[in-house]
Design a protein around this ligand. Structure first.
Ligand SMILES: [Zn+2]
Length: 135
C-alpha cells in the first residue's frame, strides 16, 4: 500500500508520523511555530516528550498540545480524504488550515493575563476572548 500523502510505499502509522515527507514538512513547520524544533518525530518518542515537557498548565504547554493535536488530526484527515476523493491539498495549504484551526481553538480558551499570554497573542496574531486578570 502506498502512502496517499507522499506516494511512497508503506502506509503505516510509523510511516505517517515518522518517515512521510509530506507529514514531515508540516511537523517541522509546527515545531518551529511552538519553538520546539528538537521534539522527536517518532510517534512513541513524541508522545513521551509531550507528556514530560508539556505537563504544566502554562500557556506555552497548552498551545503546544493544541498545535500537535491539530497536526495529528489534520494529517490523518488528509490521508483519509485522499483515499476516497481526488482532492489533494498541498502541505502548505494544510499547514494554513491547521494554523487557522489552532487560532480558533486558542481564542476560545480561558487564560490568566500574563506576559507569556501577551507574547502568545502577538505570535499568533489573536485575541483571547476570555482573559482573567489576576489580583
Ligand atoms: Zn507518506
Amino acid at each position: 500500500m502506498r502512502c496517499a500523502l507522499c506516494n511512497s510505499c508503506m502506509d503505516s502509522h510509523a510511516h505517517l508520523f515518522f518517515q512521510c515527507t509530506y507529514a514531515e514538512r508540516i511537523w517541522s513547520a509546527l515545531k518551529r511555530k511552538i519553538l520546539a524544533t528538537d521534539l522527536p518525530l517518532d510517534w512513541g518518542d513524541l508522545v513521551n516528550a509531550m507528556v514530560t515537557r508539556f505537563k504544566n498548565r502554562n500557556i506555552r504547554s497548552i498551545v503546544s498540545k493544541i498545535v500537535l493535536g491539530a497536526g495529528v488530526y489534520y494529517i490523518w484527515q488528509e490521508r483519509n480524504k485522499r483515499q476516497f476523493t481526488t482532492d489533494k491539498r498541498p502541505a502548505e495549504t494544510l499547514l494554513e488550515v491547521i494554523l487557522e484551526s489552532v487560532k480558533l481553538r486558542l481564542m476560545s480558551i480561558r487564560v490568566l493575563n500574563s506576559t507569556q499570554v501577551n507574547n502568545v497573542t502577538k505570535e499568533w496574531d489573536i485575541k483571547f476572548k476570555n482573559v482573567q486578570h489576576s489580583r
